[in-house]
Write a protein that binds this ligand. Structure first.
Ligand SMILES: NC(=O)c1ccc[n+]([C@@H]2O[C@H](COP(=O)([O-])OP(=O)(O)OC[C@H]3O[C@@H](n4cnc5c(N)ncnc54)[C@H](O)[C@@H]3O)[C@@H](O)[C@H]2O)c1
Length: 304
């Protein structure tokens, strides 16, 4: 008899989390906190130790096992969440191994940010089982995931992915075609391109571009998305402004030179203490706490 998804005492399937880095550890924490038995795979015991120190604060000493064997991780799993490095050959190889080891009805999900799901599933005997569940960092805080269909992903697999995300309390948007960047990163990078252009041409300072988003666009977008806001602004006005503004926006296709220059200097952002801004360890911790608190606050507000 199928189990009632609303029954919080039901037995949940084992989740095999492949990769124990930034996303793997966070996602393992989310599933474990929701009562799923979780196995985490990484190549090295050292990475697994680090992952454990990030999982315990999210999920406590919940049922999580740590292993350096893919076979041990996926054997008996009902769900696989792949979070290995963003490398198409690696993902294809790992899914090839997983397909042979995991149960036939196991849901195979990948957290790729940019590799087409269709490509990851291409060499598999049953590509219809593979679906993108694209999370955002930090997984325990961000409310949304994108469910991404590959060309061969079955409707049943998409439905199972939706039910799974609902069960762990995540909002879902469905990306119906396997396009690069899906929805959220496409929107984000459209803004990043223009933000970098404004700084590069000297139209505004780094601080002022950030302030424009933090004070105006982000709070408004949290209440209403861009299409709803266009309705509220008046589409006749949007039409008039578009005529002037669309041709003026940056349309460069390469890697933004401001970013390349900083990377050449070893200025990678908070992780190296310098990016567009200089960062002390205390400032990094405060910025992360502020980001996470703000997301939690706005999420609660949106649900109310
Ligand atoms: N960081 C983000 O904000 C974010 C958000 C959404 C999706 N993603 C995606 O999630 C995935 C993981 O990203 P991350 O940020 O956690 O990366 P990460 O570098 O923190 O972790 C990657 C993991 O892959 C392992 N790995 C690398 N090469 C391997 C190999 N050859 N064999 C086995 N394991 C290997 C590493 O040891 C590490 O555990 C990527 O596909 C990324 O695009 C990242």
């Amino acid at each position: 008899m199928p189990q009632d998804i609303n029954d919080k005492t039901r037995i949940r399937p084992k989740v095999a989390v492949l990769g124990a880095g930034t996303m793997g550890a966070g996602i393992a924490g989310v599933f474990a906190a929701q009562g799923y038995p979780v196995a985490v795979y990484s190549r090295s015991a050292e990475t697994l130790d680090k992952a454990k120190s990030r999982i315990v604060p999210i999920a406590g000493e919940a049922a999580v096992t740590y292993t350096t064997s893919i076979a041990d991780c996926v054997t008996g799993a009902g769900i696989v969440s792949e979070n290995l490095a963003e490398d198409v050959t690696l993902k294809q190889r790992i899914f090839g191994e997983v397909e042979a080891l995991a149960p036939a009805d196991c849901l195979l999900t990948t957290n790729t940010s940019s590799v087409p799901i269709t490509l990851i599933a291409a060499g598999l005997a049953r590509p219809e089982r593979v679906v993108g569940i694209h999370w955002f960092n930090p997984p325990a805080v961000m409310p949304l995931v994108e469910i991404v269909r590959g060309e061969k992903t079955s409707d049943e697999v998409v439905d199972r992915a939706r039910a799974l995300c609902a069960d762990i309390g995540k909002d879902v948007i469905e990306v119906k075609t396997d396009i690069a960047g899906f929805v959220v990163n496409r929107l984000q990078y459209a803004i990043l391109r223009e933000a970098l252009h404004l700084v590069e041409v000297g139209a505004a300072s780094i601080e002022d571009v950030d302030r424009a988003v933090e004070t105006t666009l982000a709070p408004r977008w949290s209440a209403a998305g861009p299409l709803r806001l266009m309705d509220m602004a008046g589409l006749d006005t949007v039409e008039k402004v578009s005529r002037i503004l669309m041709p003026a926006l940056d349309r460069s296709e390469g890697i933004p030179s401001l970013v390349s220059r900083l990377c050449e200097e070893g200025a990678f952002g908070t992780k190296s203490g310098r990016g567009f801004y200089d960062w002390t360890a205390e400032e990094v911790a405060a910025a992360i706490a502020r980001r996470d608190d703000t997301v939690r606050l706005l999420t609660e507000r949106r649900k109310a």
